[in-house]
Design a protein around this ligand. Structure first.
Ligand SMILES: [Ca+2]
Ligand SMILES: [Ca+2]
Ligand SMILES: [Ca+2]
Length: 725
């Protein structure tokens, strides 16, 4: 018998809970001790980590079968590889919170999480398949909306959602919610029965609960055509277009009104007023929330003075997540199937809602960034002159150009130049680039996909980037499944959403991604700066500088990747560093001094050299014996190593030169020693993150440090010290 994914998840979860028990206390109260300092974070340099909540980490197995999902009629678990691909698999908010508190995302340099839609999904499944074999397909991905006003119980409670957001914020990580305005979920037999809408045929249960034999008979048990009255008890014809009794169909040729994948289409363009749909009133009545939810919805409309259109109800319920929890941004699904006016209206209300949340929660405010919005128009690449950026209110659109991985190094330098030139010279334009996604492919499944190369090249890409969970750990696609007759079938997009591979993490690869990721998030210049190619002794290398000067932040870095491995590479950094400047290869911690405009570093096993100005370690007060500090010597103190696990740092030029140049006598350049030190950087960082040993919370000391840095005439933006103890 196969080990089902759910079983595996349960086992993993138990291990996680055990291992976390000892470390979680280190973070208690962290949220209240956040030091309010300027942040260098910019959405233009964002490192967004996209995960499907259901597929990431199971922090609470008691919610795994909410609404009887994945259960047979007798309550036993329907455990089958094919069924599981489209089933809820147990991941939840608690699991994400655990990973936040472990420092998992800080270690990667991640400063925003894009999570799948957290609100309630259709309880039942519909039928997915590829023509040879069908399987149960639930809304585990968040695209089968049932009710915007509550969390899905598989993911957890609203309280657990709030704890997750707060944990993220206290770790310097923003939360971006996937949202859908285009469509609700399908009518599933389970929901039809539960909420008394539509026309079910007798004997539907025997088909629905036969998980081992899921097929198109499913649809034979639903009568879509006979009773307009039955179907009016769903969303209703004034809310959605759907080709069923009593409903108007969309125009199949019109992107805005057609049913995408036969899903119902919300009438987002309609100007007529509507009531709360009967299905929701039925649901809320069963929950005992009808009165309160109706009242809060009505009070929003009264306060805003808006007409009760479909679009405005959606905006009311979606913006409430921002107002209640301080959600930092939305990723808008199927953007081209909804009018840009609707997106623009959503954006405006969410900007207001985030401002309201900040005013109500001044001690939890992360930075002064406005609400952010990115959108999906499948296949779109870099298109600055688009209505999405004007009418639609989008700050960014997902860039589909690199799905499956960046090009070979022969065209990488040109891509860097092109991206920086287009993206970073235009304040009204940005993209969110990715190499793997939930409905494209995984970069590591491509021929010749070297995830070390991708880890360097992708994370040094100009613009914002979206890491798909498991890019950094070499998570694999789900394999083909062998049917009883010997046929092998793929699992379509579900194969891209395998459970996070906590039990098979490629540690060396992961550390590589961490080093480059933290360099990126420490340097706003990487994603948001100007790019210039520079001379390099290794003809095979892509070598460049990035420079950024905006909003009183100055930042400069150089990098050389894809050279020969374990080779001394000489780079011309004269355009950004003066002779005599001490610089460090943040990848391995080696320090050297610029001479004749050049520096030489070893490319190491993974061909990655990340050059930043060396910043003398600043002694920080500690409440624990300094002997336990693993960071008092060598290059680990330079900011990119980021011993606090902080990510919103900008170790920019000039600021610390006054503190460093005059006092430092050591360290000297020593490749071997520094290499050794550098190789320990990641584990030391992890250690600090999980023990909270680095004591940086003393407000007086922090203020003094700030004053010192500012007095040095620099524009350093001080690290946020969120792990203060
Ligand atoms: Ca769970
Ligand atoms: Ca539409
Ligand atoms: Ca820009």
């Amino acid at each position: 018998m196969k080990l089902g994914k759910k079983t595996l998840a349960v086992v993993l979860s138990a291990a996680m809970v055990t291992s976390l028990a000892a470390t979680s206390t280190a973070f208690s109260g962290a949220a209240t001790e956040v030091q309010k300092t300027p942040s260098s974070f910019s959405w233009d340099n964002a490192s967004v980590y996209f995960l499907l909540t259901d597929r990431f980490n199971n922090g609470d197995t008691s919610n795994d079968h909410s609404y009887n999902r994945g259960l047979k009629q007798d309550g036993s678990v329907a455990d089958d590889m094919i069924t599981d691909a489209g089933c809820f698999q147990g991941g939840d908010f608690k699991g994400i919170t655990q990973k936040i508190n472990e420092g998992y995302f800080n270690n990667l340099g991640v400063n925003a999480l894009w999570i799948s839609a957290p609100y309630e999904q259709a309880h039942g499944y519909t039928v997915g398949g590829n023509g040879r074999k069908s399987f149960a397909h639930y809304g585990y991905h968040g695209y089968y909306l049932l009710d915007y006003t509550n969390t899905d119980a598989n993911f957890g409670t609203k309280e657990e959602f709030g704890e997750m957001v707060e944990a993220a914020h206290s770790h310097g990580i923003r939360i971006v919610m996937d949202v859908v305005m285009n469509h609700p979920g399908y009518a599933t037999m389970y929901d039809m029965n539960e909420f008394s809408y539509g026309t079910l045929k007798s004997g539907w249960e025997s088909v629905y609960y036969d998980f081992g034999n899921i097929n198109d008979n499913y649809y034979g048990k639903i009568d879509y055509n006979s009773s307009a009255n039955d179907w009016s008890k769903w969303w209703g014809n004034d809310w959605i277009r759907a080709g069923i009794a009593g409903y108007t169909s969309g125009d199949g040729n019109d992107d805005l009104t057609k049913g995408v994948d036969y899903l119902p289409d919300f009438r987002t363009e309609a100007t007529g007023t509507v009531d709360i749909p009967e299905m929701l009133r039925t649901k809320w009545t069963k929950e005992g929330t009808l009165e309160s939810k109706t009242a809060s919805t009505n009070s929003w409309f009264e306060a805003k003075g808006y007409a009760k259109t479909v679009r405005n109800y959606q905006i009311c319920w979606l913006s409430e997540w921002v107002r209640e929890f301080g959600i930092d941004g939305f990723r808008c699904d199927t953007a081209k199937h909804v009018e840009n006016e609707a997106w623009g209206a959503l954006k405006a209300e969410c900007v207001s809602a985030l401002n309201e949340w900040k005013a109500a929660n001044p001690d939890k405010v992360l930075d002064d960034n406005s609400f952010w919005m990115t959108g999906e128009n499948y296949g779109m690449s870099l298109v600055p002159a688009s209505d999405y950026y004007t009418t639609g209110g989008f700050d960014s659109m997902i860039n589909f150009e690199n799905g499956g991985g960046l090009p070979a190094l022969s065209s990488l330098a040109a891509k860097y130049q092109s991206y920086a030139d287009q993206i970073n010279t235009n304040d009204n334009f940005n993209v969110l680039s990715y190499i793997s996604s939930h409905d494209d492919t995984l970069a590591n499944s491509k021929t010749n996909a070297d995830m070390y190369y991708q880890g360097s090249a992708f994370q040094l890409l100009p613009g914002a980037i979206q890491i798909y969970y498991g890019d950094e750990t070499n998570r694999q696609k789900l394999p083909m499944v062998r049917l009883d007759d010997g046929t092998r079938i793929g699992l379509a997009d579900h194969a891209l959403r395998s459970f996070m591979n906590w039990d098979s993490i490629d540690e060396e690869l992961s550390q590589h991604w961490q080093k480059v990721g933290k360099f990126r998030s420490s340097h706003v210049a990487v994603g948001a700066g100007a790019n210039a190619a520079i001379e390099c002794s290794d003809a095979q290398a892509v070598a460049f500088t990035r420079t950024y000067s905006k909003n009183n932040v100055e930042d400069k870095i150089a990098a050389a990747i894809t050279s020969s491995e374990n080779t001394d590479v000489t780079i011309d950094v004269s355009s950004i560093f003066e002779n005599g400047t001490q610089v460090v290869n943040a990848y391995d911690g080696t320090i050297t001094t610029v001479a004749d405009g050049k520096v030489t570093f070893n490319s190491g096993a993974h061909k990655t050299i990340l050059v930043e100005k060396y910043v003398e370690p600043v002694e920080e007060p500690t409440e624990e014996p300094t002997s336990e500090q693993p960071t008092q010597s060598g290059s680990e103190e330079q900011p990119t190593s980021d011993t606090t696990g902080d990510i919103a740092t900008a170790p920019t030029q000039g600021g610390t030169s006054g503190t460093g140049a005059g006092t430092q006598t050591t360290p000297t350049s020593n490749n071997n020693a520094s290499n050794t030190t550098g190789s320990n950087t990641s584990s030391n960082t992890t250690s600090n993150d999980t023990t909270g040993k680095v004591a940086t919370g003393d407000a007086t000391a922090t203020a003094a440090l700030m004053a010192l840095l500012m007095a040095a005439g620099g524009t350093v933006v001080l690290a946020r010290k969120k792990f203060s103890k």
